[in-house]
Design a protein around this ligand. Sequence first.
Ligand SMILES: [Zn+2]
Length: 483
Amino acid sequence: MARLGAGLDADYGRARYCKPGAGGKPACRNLDDLEHVLARSRNPDSLLDAWAGWQAIGAPMRDRYTRFVTLANAGARQMGFADAGAMWRAGYDMPPDSFVAVVDKLWEQVRPLYLQLHAYVRSRLVARYGAARVSPNGMLPVHLLGNMWGQDWSNIADLAVPSATGVRAGPDLSAILKARRVTPVQMVRMGERFYTSLGFDSLPATFWERSLFQRPRDRDVVCHASAWYIDDLTDLRVKMCIEPTEDAFRVIHHELGHDFYFRSYKDQPFLYQNGADDGFHEAIGDAIALSVTPRYLVQIGLLAAEPAPAADTLQLLRQALDHVAFLPFGVTIDKWRWEVFAGKVPPAEYTKRWWQLRGSYGGVAPPVARGPTDFDPGAKYHVAGNVPYMRYFLAQVLEFQFYRSLCRAAGHTGPLYRCSYYGSKEAGRRLAAMLQLGASRPWPDALETLTGQREMDATALLDYFQPLMVWLQRQNRGRPVGW
Ligand SMILES: [Zn+2]
């Protein structure tokens, strides 16, 4: 199983899409190249070519993945679980079936918002690509969504955000950072200051000596951002190649969230030195990143004044293209994998079932027919690399739940999305109390410590996007919703 797993993981990392180029010599592109096409091109033929080229890397993995599933299940059964999916679900401190019910409840809460976003984006895609390519009442062709898997639509913000209104969607933080020549280290210092403003201790000197903030000139490194602790939970580091962009600024706050979590539970017994569950660890930094609002940028002197409220809805739309568009994707990866581990899907139908779930939850479809020898799930890293995925869906819900509680602790009034709890010692005290628990208590106890709630609850996400929901419903009036 380890050999198969390592092989699938390595194949994914090495995969290229090659076709005859100039002079008949094969021209090959890696995932970075193809993702760049998906993000930037607006030519449907180029998009289809790049999308289908990458999906094709899955097919050679299918037989090995099938064998991998058999072995993973055998191991899970030896440890007393019905199958490997049940073993994964057992990590959530509740009976596996109850956990499925929790996920389903959260999805039902957010589904109406997703349907409105889907209908609105569909109308913009019809306007751009025509009804022959995008059915006005059907599913969205996945290759037109700006992302290889259709899981994040922020790269098509230029198509989705109406420009005719003349309203800018919020301040351009990337431009501000560039104009002020803010260095990577200064950006990390700003991130650290958010946490110290809440009452956390500043990062140790070793963090600044041993982290990697810039792409080195003399060697190759994996630039995908990550947070680390080495040997013990005081040697904290981050590894990322920081550019002066809004995205990087948010990612810094996200990664530091991992580091401050590591340090907060360092005095727990070894087995409890972990997040309350795997969704919590991702959600901490994201709840901080949500606080990177215009008000916060004013507080730290990067922005002179908050933008007029007229820009708010468009700013929320930009955020929804990331946060809301992701939700059905976040649900379906492990819905599919749980069925596969449970033996409910024969290997010849792996890809068929994958697209059935992507269709029924997200209303997203492949642009060309998929056959029984295709293995499109293998073209997603977390399937080839066998990384559980439901954590990312839970984190999307939890980050808003944490954020709302931290805003309340800070005494915020007014629309939730405008809140920044920067500088609130009370918010910091509540957050620290939860982080210190690590994995020593079941996650509902940890959740209650911060939020007073024992259940995961998507109403905070809905509160946050409420003005957008109203706006989308108005935009969609007279248009079909759903598929
Ligand atoms: Zn993370």
